[in-house]
Write a protein that binds this ligand. Structure first.
Ligand SMILES: NC(=O)c1ncn([C@@H]2O[C@H](COP(=O)(O)O)[C@@H](O)[C@H]2O)c1NC=O
Length: 529
């Protein structure tokens, strides 16, 4: 007996409940006719609302209209249909309790064994740009009430909230009903569905009907759906999973993995940084990321050239890197990758032959991500709360070089200006005291992750080596002292772009002037921590 129970074969623990009576009230009518016919064929009594009942009838299945059950007409344009004790007592009676069974009998109420319901398309209506009144009308009331009731009462009722689960109903009909475990899973799914629905309603009402301070509504919700359990988190002792956010534009979490080992937590972090980085450019761009920082980023006439240039920046660090591009991967680029150990590549598409070449690398994870679409807001957890901000974008006034202020040296010629513009965009992907040296629209030395800007300058210069001479530099934020820029100048950097705004700007500008180095101030900063 015990052994049987462990294996899950114990018929008592299965606790199947036969389906004799079903309540069906769905907005999405997909698969409804087939379902209704199957239920009727299995001898299930179907009770249903307005247009759902009409469709079931048209499909040739017998149906009891909900008004017949309640003795009350559907009214107020459908605002009240199923909100009635005869419906809710039938969904909420716990049939394990003799008192509930007796009370139902006294009241002449038949219990339901199955609820099939899906809700008015509130989110879709909002997305369509409908008026406030139209959106309000699409806030389903009776549906969530029934779903909650049936989900709470999973001991006695099975609840199905999506046509995708209709095949499971047909299976259950054949098996003599849903098992307790199945009803529990359906209940959990149902509660998640109505929670997601309510988050959408609460966010919309907070944004539309209540005053927002500084553009921030009083409520922000998240209804996350687990998409993958990961092997572990940042370190092997940290359990981890990936959740998708149905409210956010599709991104890396929805990327399709075409090949390779399972994605890890750190792979996702780096691939996300790479994906963001590559999309700061409209030309073919390749970003190679290690530990969320670029160890090479470049644009080129084509993706293969961009990759060659990005890789040349720091081939040592690019070992085991994560690569993203903003354009399809070509055969030429795939072939270049053949001898470079790479953890992940993420791209919007792959030429068929390029994919063939890449899949020869057994361990390379190949991702095809949905079209780039930045989230409208960013969240960052802090202890006890969450910081929310609009994402940093390359579209601030100071990102337009025509607004830059020349404060030292000669105005840049077009090639130098192209490199400065490249460096200014690329430095946005570098974390903490970001200094990026560039030549020919490719990074040649990157300084990052330092707690002072001088060390970042030293790091960028030492990584660039001989390539520092004649390169241009970008700094994500102002130089607080002249010591950092002096390191760049001494290494032969010939033009610098930085936000400016330090109380000691004059000293920095004087150092550039003394060396005849071109310096532009953008007035905009791009911290990225
Ligand atoms: N008000 C009610 O009593 C009520 N009961 C069920 N509904 C919804 O009405 C829809 C189905 O209606 P019909 O069968 O008329 O197409 C379902 O999406 C269901 O969630 C209701 N509608 C909205 O709240």
């Amino acid at each position: 007996m015990d052994r049987q129970r462990k294996k899950g074969h114990d018929p008592v623990s299965e606790q199947r409940r036969p389906i004799r009576r079903a309540l069906v009230s769905v907005y999405d009518k997909a698969g409804l006719e087939e379902l209704a016919r199957a239920l009727a064929g299995a001898g299930v009594e179907i009770v249903s609302t307005g247009s759902t009942a009409a469709r079931i009838e048209a499909a040739g299945a017998p149906v009891t209209r909900v008004e017949e059950l309640t003795g009350f007409p559907e009214c107020l344009d459908g605002r009240v249909k199923t909100l009635h004790p005869r419906v809710h007592a039938g969904l909420l009676a716990d049939l394990r309790l003799p008192a509930h069974v007796a009370q139902l009998a006294e009241l002449g109420i038949e219990p339901f064994d199955l609820l099939v319901s899906n809700l008015y398309p509130f989110r879709e209506t909002v997305a369509s740009g409908a008026s406030v009144d139209e959106c309000v009308e699409q806030i389903d009331i009776g549906g969530p009430a029934m779903v909650r009731a049936a989900a709470k009462n999973y001991a006695s009722v099975a609840v199905v909230t999506t046509p995708l689960a209709y095949p499971a109903i047909l299976e259950a009909l054949g098996a003599g009903g849903f098992t307790l475990e199945q009803r529990q899973r359906l209940a959990a799914r149902a509660f998640a569905d109505i929670a997601e629905y309510d988050v959408a309603v609460a966010e919309w009402t907070a944004a539309t009907l209540a005053p927002a301070e500084g553009g921030w509504p009083e409520f922000a919700g998240h209804a996350l759906r687990r998409s993958t359990v990961l092997r572990y988190g940042e370190n092997p002792h940290q359990p981890a999973a990936l959740y998708g956010d149905p409210d956010a534009p599709a991104g890396l979490a929805q990327a399709e993995q075409l090949h390779g080992k399972e994605m890890s937590y750190n792979n996702y972090v780096d691939a996300d940084a790479a994906w963001r980085s590559a999309h700061d450019f409209t030309e073919p761009c390749v970003a190679i990321i290690k530990h969320a920082n670029p160890c090479g980023i470049a644009v080129g006439a084509d993706v293969a050239e961009a990759h060659r240039k990005a890789h040349a920046c720091d081939p040592v660090s690019a070992f085991g890197g994560v690569i993203a591009t903003n354009v399809p991967v070509s055969v030429a680029m795939a072939e270049q990758l053949a001898d470079i150990f790479t953890e992940v590549i993420v791209a919007p598409a792959y030429e068929a032959e390029a994919l063939e070449v890449l899949t020869r690398k057994k361990n390379l994870r190949i991702l095809r991500a949905p079209e780039w679409s930045p989230a409208p807001v960013e969240f960052r957890q802090v202890s006890g709360g969450v910081l929310v901000q609009a994402p940093d974008r390359i579209d601030a006034a100071g990102d337009d070089p025509s607004t830059w202020r020349l404060v030292s040296g000669e105005a840049a010629d077009s090639a130098t200006m192209a490199d400065l513009v490249f460096a200014w965009r690329a430095v946005r992907s570098v974390k903490s005291n970001a200094i990026l040296l560039a030549a020919d629209r490719a990074s040649v030395g990157v300084g990052m992750g330092q707690v002072n800007r001088v060390d970042s300058c030293r790091l960028a210069v030492s990584r660039a080596g001989e390539r520092a001479a004649g390169s241009v530099a970008a700094s994500d934020a102002f130089f607080p002292f002249a010591d950092g820029p002096q390191i760049l100048i001494d290494a032969g950097v010939r033009a610098i772009v930085q936000p400016g705004g330090s109380v000691r700007d004059e000293e920095t500008v004087a150092a550039a002037k003394a060396a005849g180095v071109t310096m532009y101030l953008t007035g905009t900063r791009h911290f990225y921590h």
